[in-house]
Design a protein around this ligand. Structure first.
Ligand code: ZN
Length: 284
């Protein structure tokens, strides 16, 4: 069983760099905390994988967030990846539209959508934000377009997600691979060759929890040579706490407070992890 990791690697003597991600139990922890319909859970899982890969590619020092907003079924979807390898995510979606749609494709989910990439390097730094229209066949294609059009970085990316049903209980498993080459580095032939290699990786290989990232990289690139660095372990981690909810509560104008009170209590639920905290009027 493969753990939750992002593995950095380089190709072509360091001129092409990449990240491979494999997530399993972290996806279960995040996706099972909500009762999302399958297409929503699947897209959120892909977004979490993409966020971890991009966070490690950018060498994020604090937090990277990928956010989807759309007029399709997905109203809002957020995945956070912190520099310490902690990740979390949630989705809001249109239940009515979901009921009407039996067969969904990517466009039904993210119609007229935009993907926002926010890089927060911590206190005292400017927040960097990039935006791209979501279209194409899947999330990978939109992310590739984002890097090529907004960042002018040659990018190839493939993400896949599935469920392992071998022991009767569905377990999420997913994987992703991304390579990038800066435009200043002129290795077009090598780039195209490696792009082709990435496109030979199958969905089942990417999601198979028993195939390690190292094995897959060797399978893809052994003829050209691939160098891997130390894998980063990814964990679930939320930043919510009773103190944070309390601070938030204190900011609500007292006249509005009765609107939030049910049976003498205000209950806060964290959208990311579904953690509940209950406050009485005396707590305020
Ligand atoms: Zn939380």
């Amino acid at each position: 069983m493969i753990n939750n990791i992002v593995l950095p690697f380089v190709l072509n003597e360091g001129n092409i760099r990449g990240r491979m991600c494999k997530l399993s139990t972290v996806l279960d922890r995040i996706l099972n905390a909500h009762d999302y319909p399958l297409p929503i859970a699947k897209l959120l899982g892909e977004l979490l994988i993409a966020t971890a890969i991009i966070g490690e590619m950018f060498k994020s020092k604090h937090l990277i967030t990928l956010q989807i907003k759309s007029e399709g079924l997905v109203q809002l979807m957020i995945a956070d990846y912190f520099a310490d390898g902690k990740t979390r995510g949630f989705a809001k979606f249109d239940v009515e539209k979901l009921k009407k749609n039996e067969k969904l494709d990517f466009n039904d989910l993210i119609k007229n959508g935009i993907l926002t990439v926010t890089l927060d390097q911590g206190e005292g730094t400017d927040i960097y934000q990039g935006i791209v229209a979501l279209d194409g066949e899947d999330l990978s294609e939109s992310i590739k377009k984002y890097f090529i059009s907004s960042e002018q970085i040659n990018t190839e990316i493939k993400i896949a997600l599935g469920q392992d049903l071998t022991d009767g209980t569905p377990k999420w498993c997913g994987g992703g691979i991304m390579i990038q080459m800066l435009p200043t580095e002129n290795f077009e032939d090598e780039w195209q060759k490696n792009q082709l290699f990435i496109n030979t990786i199958s969905v089942s290989e990417l999601i198979d929890p028993n195939l390690s990232a190292e094995y897959l990289l060797y399978r893809l690139f052994h003829e050209e040579g691939v160098w891997v660095d130390q894998a980063k372990v990814v964990n679930f981690g939320c930043r919510c706490s009773r103190e944070r909810f309390h601070t938030f509560l204190k900011a609500i104008p007292s006249l509005e407070l009765p609107n939030y009170i049910v049976d003498g209590k205000i209950i806060f639920t964290c959208e990311f992890c579904s953690n509940n905290e209950s406050f009485t009027e005396q707590d305020l």
